[in-house]
Design a protein around this ligand. Structure first.
Ligand code: PLP
Length: 415
């Protein structure tokens, strides 16, 4: 290998030379950010070294790698960062997944087997419900959906001898119910059931699920950790005791992420704290403004005292993110027939000023989408008025409020 750019090539053939040059990292220059490792192949000096590394990977040793799928310095840096932040104060480890949904499916596959039973909250992310109802069902794992308003005693009554996992999401998707997670976790631990939570909404800035007692935390990094709507990734953070099961599932299924994407998440987390505080502050401003509007029946934001889960939110969370919903009063629509309501919702959402239509959230940009809960709620089908979910981005709140004011005027006028 060429040691210095000006050193003459060893090979007479250019075909060989181009495979040799430019492969030496200058470790003398230290940059603020880590280099990005793009790797399938990992190289060894000796066969013994290769074999020893293979044993270390099989044992789940952190930072061991025989191949890109096992990890690179870039992915290990992100795994360490997530374990340290999400698992602060606890002995935890993190594995990376190609999306938040993959984090949900791999976390469940890591711990359930045929004949097991899962309890899942009724207001979980729709695709999590779908995974339980299709693949888990096909594997012979039964799922019972439970009312997110159930307390630990109510949930305890649903546990069967084969219940393996209680799967939670608090606040719930679209409707933002807050569960008493600490009480549920201590009940589950006493009954020998694993607790799992989707911590998308709060991110580690505003929630510490391991302090609440959960065993496994699912992080859709696509959302607030990325913060810029430009990368897909997820992670599962677990207590040490569950690491062998999780790592084995990751290795068996061939789950991995690329270095460039891992780098983008590392970059996003540098600013996570300041971004989250801005999302929180602007979210509160817009939520309070909406709450005072005659077209709005209810704002579903756990940080507002009017929210049924407010006391639990205040006890357990360190803040609120920028994602919440509001329920419209059907009387605000010029034509309250189902078609008229659709036209009013379209008038509100299709203005394409600051709020854009989109399913994702957690980026710098504000988004809005009608919450259509038909088919993704079985315990309590939605009985309320038209629901709209907003993600409050990093724009100035006064501009967002002006945009919503014009949107609500368009909604009222639509017929
Ligand atoms: C978006 C989302 C996910 C999935 O994340 P992806 O990276 O988009 O697959 C999981 N849970 C919740 C609550 C989400 O909002």
């Amino acid at each position: 290998m060429s040691e210095h750019p000006s050193r003459p090539l060893n090979s007479a053939s250019l075909a060989t030379a181009v495979t040799e040059v430019g492969r030496r990292l200058d470790a003398r220059i230290v940059t603020a950010n880590l280099p990005v490792h793009r790797a399938s192949t990992v190289l060894f000096d000796t066969l013994e070294q290769a074999a020893a590394e293979g044993r270390a990977v099989a044992a789940g040793t952190l930072h061991a790698s025989t191949y890109g799928t096992a990890g690179t310095p870039t992915t290990y840096a992100l795994m360490d960062a997530l374990a340290a932040i999400e698992g602060a104060g606890h002995a935890c480890r993190a594995a990376l997944m190609p999306s938040g949904l993959a984090a949900i499916s791999v976390a469940l596959l890591a711990v359930v087997k045929t004949g097991d039973h899962v309890l899942m909250s009724d207001s979980v992310y729709g695709p999590a419900r779908n995974f339980a109802q299709t693949m888990l069902k096909g594997l012979g794992v039964e799922t019972t959906f439970h009312d997110p308003a159930l307390d630990a005693a109510g949930l305890s009554a649903l546990i069967r001898p084969n219940t393996r996992v209680i799967y939670l999401e608090s606040p719930g998707s679209y409707t933002f119910e807050i569960q008493d997670v600490p009480a549920i976790c201590s009940m589950a631990r006493a009954r020998g059931v694993i607790t799992m939570i989707d911590n998308a909404w709060a991110s580690p800035v505003f929630a510490r699920p391991f302090d609440w007692g959960v065993d496994m935390s699912i992080l859709p990094l696509t959302k607030y950790w990325s913060g810029h709507a430009d990368v897909l990734m997820g992670a599962v953070v677990v207590r040490e005791a569950l690491w062998p099961a999780l790592w084995s599932a990751v290795r068996t299924l061939g789950i991995c992420v690329g270095g460039d994407d891992a780098f983008l998440i590392l970059r996003g987390l540098r600013t996570a704290d300041v971004r989250m505080r801005r999302h929180e502050q602007s979210g509160f401003e817009v939520a309070r403004w909406l709450e005072a509007r005659p077209e709005v029946r209810r704002v579903l934001h756990p940080g507002l005292p009017s929210h049924p889960g407010h006391a639990l939110w205040k006890r357990d969370f360190l803040g609120a993110s920028g994602l919440f919903s509001f329920e419209l009063d059907p009387a605000a629509f010029a034509d309250p027939s189902p078609e008229g309501i659709e036209r009013g919702l379209a008038a509100l959402c299709e203005r394409r000023r600051l709020f854009r239509i989109g399913y994702s959230w957690g980026g710098y940009e504000s988004l809005m989408i009608p919450g259509r809960l038909g088919g993704i709620r079985t315990v309590h089908p939605w009985q309320g008025g038209p629901l709209v979910r907003v993600h409050i981005g990093l724009e100035a709140p006064a501009d967002l409020i002006a945009d919503l004011e014009a949107g609500l005027a368009a909604l009222r006028a639509a017929r």
